[in-house]
Design a protein around this ligand. Structure first.
Ligand SMILES: [Zn+2]
Ligand SMILES: [Zn+2]
Length: 242
């Protein structure tokens, strides 16, 4: 299979009933990257792959809703049978100080920053720092001539344009409604739509929607700004990037 995205969790900031916080599997061929590991995503991940099927973990920033299941994953790998070690984890420098466990030898920890590029198997990743207070990295993933852009968390002073042209799928945070813009350092659905339009993205998938927000309103406001129909990320759904 070509480049695909599986949503392990898509709730904004805290988990909606029956949902999970931010986390995704990005896959191409035999390569699997776990992109963000928010609370609840480890449970969903095991419905799609076993724990040994993860080639690398990529974490966007230190806010707990984007990485706390890494702690459970460490325990499962360190004390499981057989134990695993040396699993590559890529994260901004500030995150490591928040970890409860000693990370080595289970993880091979790598710091990444704005503008960095790396290759994991069949996936090429490029990072862009967003507008979110703490160091937060959006990610572009290229594979087999297709491209996926993930905003991570960001306010409106960053745009998907920073991930470069020709995004086949833009996965963009849309925490707020249009009348909440400026309340916190996140985007509204309207701003996500405008950002995807400016970037020339072919398809827009909204994620990180605050659990009590009317999702159909978010879809409508994003679609108006995008100039095409925006989609809502669905928990446990898989999307082919084509
Ligand atoms: Zn978040
Ligand atoms: Zn955040």
């Amino acid at each position: 299979m070509g480049l695909s995205l599986t949503v392990l969790g898509c709730s904004g900031s805290y988990a909606a009933p029956g949902g999970a916080c931010s986390g995704y599997l990005v896959r191409n061929g035999d390569t699997t990257v776990w992109l963000d590991a928010g609370p609840g995503t480890l449970a969903t991940l095991q419905q799609h792959t076993d724990l040994g099927g993860v080639d690398a973990v990529v974490l966007s920033h230190e806010h707990p809703d984007h990485w706390h299941d890494l702690e459970g994953y460490l325990v499962a790998c360190r004390y499981g049978t057989p134990p695993r070690a040396g699993i590559p984890v890529y994260a901004p420098a500030s995150l490591r100080a928040h970890a409860y466990f000693d990370l080595e030898p289970t993880f091979a920890w790598h710091e990444v920053a704005d503008g960095d590029r790396l290759t994991v198997g069949g996936l090429d990743l490029t990072f862009s720092r967003t507008d979110h207070g703490v160091e937060t990295l959006a990610v572009r993933v290229d594979a087999g001539g297709r491209s996926l852009g993930y905003s991570a968390d960001s306010g409106p002073d960053w745009s998907l344009e920073a991930l470069g042209p020709t995004l086949d799928l833009a996965l963009c945070e849309a925490t707020l409604t249009s009348d909440e813009e400026g309340k916190v350092q996140h985007m509204s659905a309207r701003q996500a739509g405008a950002s995807a339009r400016a970037a020339g993205a072919r398809r827009l998938l909204l994620t990180h929607i605050w659990p009590t927000v009317d999702r159909e309103r978010s879809r409508s406001e994003a679609s108006d700004a995008f100039g095409a129909t925006a989609e809502l990320a669905e928990h446990n759904a898989q999307y082919a990037v084509e």
